[in-house]
Design a protein around this ligand. Structure first.
Ligand SMILES: *Cc1c(COP(=O)(O)O)cnc(C)c1O
Length: 240
């Protein structure tokens, strides 16, 4: 188990991050809440669980294998599971093992994975909350759907009855300046607005955008979930 000293560091970072996020919400003139998803990919199971214990209820992992490891670790210790969100690419052959561990798949980045998730959720008889990952950058390498595929997913949504999309997720261009960040995040919000207008009955309140380096810009543009990793692990030896 991490020493109480390490837990204090995790708690201090968690409180600092929350304060910074609340400050950003206030200076954006917003009255609503922004939820911090604690990204735990940098640390092992013990530190991951320490973050949950100090109050971060939603944890994000980007690799299915790391999620399995941490989920099994909690189960073996008899510990309550955090609310796990997958925030990275999910291969179709990992859907069966991963889905039962998840509260939300934030990274639905293709029609094919949407269909596979829907089929598996139908098989086990439990709908799954998802966010649709969109690519609003000029970077072809980046994951996420572009406009055309996005439209196809929403066209087909009536057939995907076990998917419960509640919003969009996006990553900004690495090292973009503040102005470019703002315009990329604004683009996500505008996409959401146009999807809601085009597909009546679809509600997409969640916008998952912003990380340690750009959550302020994301919050200015309407983020409701920010995915914070490195800032939560500052000053902590990360090998547990
Ligand atoms: C790692 C990661 C984050 C967190 O990034 P930090 O810069 O460490 O805060 C957020 N989202 C995704 C998809 C990630 O892979």
């Amino acid at each position: 188990m991490p020493t109480s000293n390490v837990i204090d560091l995790v708690r201090g970072n968690w409180q600092r991050v929350q304060a910074e996020v609340n400050e950003a919400v206030a200076s954006a003139g917003r009255g609503d809440d922004v939820t911090v998803v604690g990204v735990t990919k940098y640390v092992g199971p013990e530190l991951t669980y320490a973050l949950y214990q100090v109050g971060c209820r939603i944890l994000g992992e980007n690799r299915p294998q790391s999620l399995w490891e941490k989920y099994d670790w909690c189960a073996n210790q008899g510990l309550e599971q955090p609310e796990w969100h997958l925030i990275g690419h999910l291969q179709r052959n990992k859907v069966r093992r991963t889905l039962p561990m998840l509260a939300c798949v934030q990274s639905v980045d293709s029609l094919r994975i949407a269909q596979t998730l829907n089929a598996e959720a139908a098989r086990i008889g439990e709908p799954i909350q998802v966010l649709i990952e969109v690519n609003v950058t000029d970077d072809e390498e980046k994951t996420g759907m572009r406009q055309e595929e996005l439209k196809r997913v929403f066209d087909l949504l009536p057939e995907l009855a076990y998917l419960k999309p509640t919003g969009l997720m996006a990553m900004s261009t690495h090292h973009a300046d503040a102005q470019q960040l703002r315009s990329e995040f604004a683009r996500v919000r505008e996409l959401r607005d146009s999807l809601e207008a085009e597909f009546p009955g679809v509600a997409l309140p969640d916008l998952s955008m912003g990380m340690s380096g750009d959550f302020r810009e994301a919050i200015m543009e309407g983020a409701t979930l920010v995915r914070i990793g490195s800032s939560l692990w500052e000053g902590i030896e990360r090998d547990r």
